[in-house]
Design a protein around this ligand. Structure first.
Ligand SMILES: Cc1cc2nc3c(=O)[nH]c(=O)nc-3n(C[C@H](O)[C@H](O)[C@H](O)COP(=O)(O)O)c2cc1C
Length: 218
């Protein structure tokens, strides 16, 4: 596979970003194969994260019974039933403990010298294990937001549509799907094929000059 530098991806990237919109009406006959969902998740996981800890975890809800369980928890939003899958994006508060394994793999692949990896791992474990719970939660939420955005764009690049959802009962979600204490729900993302007659409505954005300051805040 060629690298991003070798490909002329700019036009495609722009189309993917500009054509993505939150879709709430899906064609219920379209099932995204698990291999494709896995590919989307794998690509999403190339997102940056704090010290490359990759503390995101994904619970994929794509069978009918699980969709029925999730539907009332997600404020009965119908996309949970009609989209091919809804992905529960979770942030693992203990995820930083994988840093040793991650850095060892980087060494094995020749991305990082072994002595650097060892030091990096030790420093990271010391740093993250000493953080207050609220700070750790904020880190996994930021990383979870990044992976979620990349997931939606990776789906769109393959011709699928998504909607991110914060409209769900967090406590009920935790109870119903037995989510352990170390996993923080970040958001739900339904993925599927937009219904032919409802491709998602356009939404306006604030003028760029109203949201950008240069060097000093306005
Ligand atoms: C964190 C978050 C939570 C959201 N929650 C919901 C939701 O529960 N239900 C829904 O229909 N849309 C939800 N949305 C989608 C937004 O309404 C949508 O992104 C916004 O209106 C902009 O439209 P666009 O995504 O089509 O560009 C959410 C978006 C975000 C980022």
């Amino acid at each position: 596979m060629s690298t991003v530098q070798e490909q002329s991806v700019a036009a495609d990237y722009s189309a993917v970003v500009r054509e993505r919109r939150s879709v709430r009406h899906y064609d219920p006959s379209v099932q995204i194969p698990e291999s494709v969902l896995t590919e989307i998740l794998e690509e999403a996981s190339l997102a940056p994260s704090s010290s490359n800890t990759q503390s995101w975890r994904f619970l994929v809800i794509n069978d009918e019974a699980a969709k029925q369980r999730l539907h009332p928890i997600a404020n009965s939003q119908k996309q949970v039933l009609t989209a091919s899958a809804t992905i529960v994006v979770l942030g693992d508060l203990d995820g930083y403990k994988e840093i040793g394994r991650i850095n060892e793999e980087s060494v094995r692949r020749g991305y990082m010298p072994a002595d650097f990896a060892k030091q990096f791992t030790e420093n990271s474990l010391r740093l993250y294990s000493g953080l207050p719970a609220e700070k750790m939660k904020s880190i996994v939420q930021i990383d979870g937001g990044l992976v979620s955005m990349q997931l939606m764009l990776s789906a769109k690049a393959r011709g699928y549509d998504t909607v991110p959802m914060g409209g769900y009962d967090e406590q009920k979600l935790i109870e119903e799907f037995r989510i352990p204490k170390n996993l923080v729900p970040i958001m739900l993302i339904s993925v599927g094929k937009a219904a032919a007659d409802a491709p998602g409505r356009l939404t306006a954005r604030l003028p760029i000059q109203d949201i950008v300051s240069w060097n000093e805040l306005k």
